[in-house]
Design a protein. Structure first.
Length: 167
């Protein structure tokens, strides 16, 4: 796993892990989508493992507890060969696709939101329909998001502290 430098907060540089699974195009879309989410008041967690074991490209939560899942598609072939995204609806209130500016959005499902993104930001092409989570699922998902985010931050600060802790 390589590393990339992130923002500096309080004078300290945060070093962010890069797992090597994403292409440069996917990382650019991810960055733009995360910026878009922040501008809308959501915080996003990339590469979030759901209770099913599937990995959401980005899971995000707003101040009211609404959960979004954003599936990044860096190419038409990526979209056509990967159908696991349909399962993500069980773990979010809204499902979006984030794609690059040249992606043919008309091939994306009508029942999901769409944002066009590059490394500088994103714009909403289509809002995602709401399908509210059951209360028990929301609680479990919120707890999992919190523990995962806190664990990642803790791991950046002191990787040895997490030995034996399941996130």
């Amino acid at each position: 796993m390589s590393e990339r430098r992130g923002d500096t907060r309080g004078g300290e540089a945060l070093t962010l892990p890069v797992d090597g699974r994403q292409s440069e195009a996917a990382r650019a879309i991810q960055r733009g989508a995360l910026r878009y989410l922040a501008a809308r008041g959501l915080v996003g967690l990339p590469e979030f493992v759901l209770a099913s074991g599937r990995r959401a490209d980005i899971a995000a939560i707003d101040s009211r507890g609404e959960v979004w899942v954003i599936e990044i598609k860096s190419s038409v072939m990526d979209f056509r060969t990967d159908r696991k995204w349909a399962e993500y609806r069980l773990y979010c209130d809204r499902l979006f696709f984030a794609v690059g500016p040249d992606f043919p959005v008309e091939i994306l499902p009508e029942d999901a939101g769409v944002m066009l993104a590059d490394q500088f930001g994103a714009g909403l092409v289509r809002e995602a329909p709401a399908h509210p989570l059951p209360a028990a699922t929301r609680k479990a998902l919120t707890l999992r998001l919190a523990r995962t985010a806190a664990g990642r931050l803790m791991g950046l600060m002191d990787p040895e502290a997490l030995r034996g802790i399941e996130l």
